[in-house]
Design a protein around this ligand. Structure first.
Ligand code: GTP
Ligand code: MG
Length: 311
């Protein structure tokens, strides 16, 4: 990794790569050189590729950083320490996204029409470019976001997006691997950023995938659930508590029916099960209220901190 060398440009295109020699040259060479007169700089953060990725990226004119950590999310975090740009564009190095489309993502930011733009892949794509399994995962995750945040996000896993550096620095990102897009999406929602989705073309990948659908899918799901817990505790614990409450209704109604009709309770264990379920539901709801209070406090502190930093 280059020591404290800062890459400065109005627009930086950040490309994480791991053995992408088949595609990286074209990804970089087909990037527009300028958008509305602003210079575009391609920055590759390479995760120690064993093929000719680095040489091809340099030949194409990109600035290449060597990653010292592991994972796509970690690569992005590491690269950002070396970048001083007003606008950031993220794109994969596997040739799936169309580099020439870059202005479509950047212009809405320059024109202040959005805070973050995201290329959605679902309407226009090559056959077989996204597997059915990955599509189903994406649909389920998008549905969860819509349910908890009320925002119609249609492709939260897209790796082609643009955001101003200022807004990006407000996002609290910690994930190291493929959960990074999930984290960016939820953090953007938490920060009330105006997200604009733009349907763009998605091509079949060149070279080998680095994503393991089961392992990485589970990690993405875990990140999503934990972030919902932390950012929407009332909904999260409210729903969890409701599950136990509804579960307790069946034994409770049985016991109540017996008491009212027969005058005595036949299924005594059902009384215990009902009481246990209701108590658990109440405890989970109480936890939700406490977590919500804590969240509101943190939000107030965060706001104050940002205000004082701006002064
Ligand atoms: N620097 C770095 N880049 C990585 C690492 N893992 C993956 N990448 C890059 O991140 C980008 C996205 O990875 P992909 O394997 O294309 O994952 P995906 O786009 O979710 O899945 P498919 O395109 O369907 O295979 C690619 O450019 C990879 O080379 C890593 O550990 N370090
Ligand atoms: Mg890809």
């Amino acid at each position: 990794m280059l020591r404290m060398r800062l890459i400065k440009a109005p627009i930086c295109v950040l490309i994480p790569t791991l053995n992408e020699e088949a595609a990286i040259f074209d990804v970089i060479r087909t990037l527009p050189k300028r958008v509305k007169g602003l210079k575009v700089k391609a920055v590759v953060i390479d995760g120690n590729s064993q093929d000719r990725t680095v040489a091809r990226a340099k030949k194409a004119g990109a600035f290449v950083l060597r990653q010292t950590t592991e994972g796509k999310g970690a690569a992005i975090q590491e690269a950002l320490e070396h970048i001083q740009c007003d606008y950031l564009v993220f794109i994969d190095g596997d040739g799936t996204y169309v580099s020439e489309d870059l202005p479509k993502l950047v212009l809405p930011l320059l024109e202040k029409k959005a805070d973050m733009t995201v290329a959605t892949r679902l309407k226009r794509q090559d056959a077989g470019s996204i597997t059915v399994f990955n599509t189903l995962g994406n649909v389920a995750f998008n549905w969860l976001i819509r349910f908890f945040y009320g925002q119609n996000i249609t492709d939260m896993l897209s790796g082609y997006r643009a955001i101003s550096r200022k807004k990006f620095d407000d996002l609290n990102l910690v994930s190291r691997a493929f959960e990074v897009e999930t984290e960016i999406t939820i953090e953007a929602l938490r920060n009330h950023l105006r997200i604009l989705e733009i349907p763009l073309y998605y091509k079949r990948r060149k070279g080998q995938t680095k994503l393991n659908p089961i392992h990485d899918g589970l990690r993405i799901f875990k990140t999503l659930v934990l972030m919902i817990r932390d950012t929407k505790p009332l909904y999260f614990f409210g729903l969890l508590g409701a599950v136990f409450f509804v579960f307790g209704l069946w034994p409770a109604s049985l016991v109540l029916y017996e008491k009212l009709v027969l005058g005595y309770v036949v299924h005594l264990p059902s009384t215990i099960l009902a009481a246990f379920s209701f108590l658990l539901a109440i405890q989970i709801w109480a936890l939700g209220f406490l977590a919500d209070m804590e969240l509101k406090d943190t939000q107030r502190l965060e706001k104050l901190l940002r205000k004082s930093m701006r002064r």
